[in-house]
Design a protein around this ligand. Structure first.
Ligand code: NAG
Ligand code: NAG
Ligand code: NAG
Ligand code: NAG
Ligand code: NAG
Ligand code: NAG
Length: 302
């Protein structure tokens, strides 16, 4: 083969791979993307965590705390200060500052994009929670109403960021990018573990005024994410059947992990299906009414 036809064959292969991915045939498999696209993709989740934690703890978000990082993107809809107890507020405040650092680290290393439109309204969470619980909660679930509701809402997003980093790292070519992603992952995993521990302490309490317990909510949210992700079980609630517990020896499940207690991983397509709430990476909605930003998310919207 001449160099030129070899190159053409390579291009054809690339296009075919991309096509298969977009058509949904290989919807759980690898996608074609470079390091910058993959790390920038994570910005979508870091933005939502930053705004949810900062607003929840302090009543103000990036526009007040670190306006340059928003890069001119529209303010989030519906984010507000939550009615948290003092201990939880301190923890969430710290998480919010950590997200500012994550945004700065990503933007400094691989540039970035303006903050996408985020929908952090009571209605957006209530809709997601109704789908998880397979009922119409009355009154609608309000993430900002109290500590337990805010922690349950926090259960929804950081875990998705965490499994996204686990999925991304093996696909990164440059070791400095792998180092960056691993360092982001370590802190995301810590945040997720703290949130899950705080919830586990109250696993058997009912979530007022509903009749279901904290454990019921987490199990249902995890099941919903598995349904939307469409690539099998990669997400487990706080109290599980023995065969999903560590070494099949316990029903407590403070960390969600596979049969060898290794972290689950997800591809960007699975993540988009979940955070859009549509089960379709080409149909925005949920927390991202106009879709995610960056080349991976945008290329799926065309
Ligand atoms: C936010 O989500 C709610 C519930 O889906 C929806 O009613 C509302 O229109 C959304 N707001 C924006 C700005 O997308
Ligand atoms: C949701 O509830 C309906 C009936 O109330 C039931 O038929 C359906 O199987 C439930 N779906 C899930 C995913 O639990
Ligand atoms: C929840 O209740 C179960 C069954 O009564 C009990 O075994 C478990 O220890 C409780 N868990 C917590 C965290 O209170
Ligand atoms: C809620 O959890 C309890 C035990 O934690 C379980 O027995 C019950 O089946 C769950 N209910 C629902 C609706 O998931
Ligand atoms: C736990 O159970 C699963 C099946 O439910 C099995 O595949 C796995 O090998 C078991 N793990 C151990 C350590 O026994
Ligand atoms: C996903 O949404 C796109 C755009 O609305 C649509 O063309 C496609 O058929 C949907 N895919 C599935 C699997 O429903």
């Amino acid at each position: 083969m001449t160099g030129r036809s070899c190159f053409s064959a390579f291009l054809l292969l690339l296009i075919t791979l991309e096509f298969i991915t977009v058509m949904g045939v290989a919807q759980c498999g690898r996608i074609v993307a470079n390091d910058v696209d993959r790390i920038q993709f994570a910005l979508n989740l870091e933005f939502i965590e930053a705004e949810f934690f900062l607003n929840g703890a302090l009543g103000m978000g990036l526009d007040a705390m670190a306006p340059s990082l928003a890069q001119g993107g529209p303010p989030p809809v519906g984010a507000r200060r939550a009615n948290l107890d003092g201990r939880t507020r301190r923890i969430i405040e710290e998480f919010g500052y950590q997200e500012i650092g994550h945004l700065r680290a990503i933007i400094t290393n691989v540039r970035g994009f303006p903050r996408p439109q985020l929908n952090l309204s009571v209605e957006a969470f209530a809709t997601m929670m109704n789908r998880a619980m397979n009922t119409t909660l009355s009154p609608p679930f309000n993430p900002y109403a109290n500590t337990i509701n805010f922690l349950l809402a926090s259960y929804i997003i950081p875990y998705v960021g965490l499994v996204g980093y686990v999925g991304t790292i093996p696909n990164l070519v440059s070791s400095s990018n792998r180092q960056l992603a691993a360092s982001l992952l370590a802190v995301e995993a810590g945040q997720d573990a703290v949130i899950r521990t705080l919830l586990y302490e109250r696993a058997n309490e009912t979530v007022p005024p509903y009749r279901m317990t904290v454990a019921n909510f987490t199990n249902r949210i995890s099941e919903l994410r598995n349904r939307l992700g469409m690539c099998g079980v990669k997400d487990e609630g706080l109290i599980v059947p023995l065969q999903l517990g560590a070494e099949n020896r316990t029903t407590s499940n403070i960390l969600s992990a596979d049969v060898n207690s290794l972290s689950y991983s997800r591809t960007p397509l699975e993540i988009l299906r979940i955070i859009y709430g549509t089960g379709n990476e080409s149909r925005p909605g949920g927390f991202f009414p106009s879709g995610g930003s960056g080349r991976i998310a945008r290329s799926l919207l065309r």
